[in-house]
Design a protein around this ligand. Structure first.
Ligand SMILES: C[S@@+](CC[C@H](N)C(=O)[O-])C[C@H]1O[C@@H](n2cnc3c(N)ncnc32)[C@H](O)[C@@H]1O
Length: 191
């Protein structure tokens, strides 16, 4: 297993570098559609990389970072709320968030389909889900998947089409953007 609890120092310094500028630009386009003072959840937040990027897009957003690794959450900035939680059992009421961001974390979740159910529960109708991850049907994505498996990680990497299909089953409409071996998926929960 990757010892995330001890890697907060590394992710706080280098975590942002994993996101290409085009993906961050896409995130900003999606976030601009949310209402003023929107509540957003950075799920599998680590040190809050995506929450930080979101605040760079719009400083009126109200982000909360959720992650099971306290050693990662310790590095989340003061302007972001923190909750120790697993994606498969979120300690939030239904319809709590206007937007949910999952950055290079879905493939680490123990049971991603349970996490998708929880996401659909805590996101309000019409809300936005933004996922950024690696495509295992590409050469680099597949190498990363194999490396993570060797490290004992779950390695649940979904090609974007598969993730889109799982989300459609849960009432989302989806749009995929590709950045070589990486991709983002923006999904709206139908009202
Ligand atoms: C590669 S890090 C990504 C962190 C951050 N989103 C980023 O982009 O820098 C993956 C994160 O997923 C978290 N994680 C692992 N299993 C999880 C689960 N079941 N529920 C929520 N988060 C989980 C880890 O603790 C870790 O912080």
């Amino acid at each position: 297993m990757i010892p995330f609890n001890h890697l907060g120092w590394a992710f706080s310094r280098f975590g942002a570098a994993v996101y290409p500028e085009t993906a961050v630009a896409q995130l900003c386009i999606c976030l601009h559609a949310l209402p003023p003072d929107a509540d957003i959840l950075d799920l599998g937040a680590g040190t809050g990389t995506l929450a930080n990027y979101a605040l760079g897009c719009r400083n009126d957003l109200r982000p909360v970072a959720a992650d099971p690794a306290e050693g990662m959450l310790r590095y989340v900035p003061e302007t972001v709320g923190r909750v120790i939680a697993r994606a498969e059992a979120l300690p939030f009421d239904a319809d709590r968030f206007d937007g949910i961001l999952v950055g290079e974390a879905l493939h680490h979740f123990t049971v991603p389909e349970e996490a998708l159910d929880e996401i659909a529960r805590v996101l309000r109708p019409g809300g936005l889900l933004f996922v950024y991850d690696f495509d295992p049907s590409t050469l680099l994505g597949n190498l990363l998947r194999r490396a993570e498996k060797l490290l004992g990680e779950p390695g649940h990497f979904y090609p974007p089409e598969t993730l889109a299909s799982l989300l459609r089953e849960r009432g989302f409409s989806t749009t995929v953007n590709r950045y070589g071996w990486r991709y983002s998926l923006a999904a709206l929960l139908e009202a």
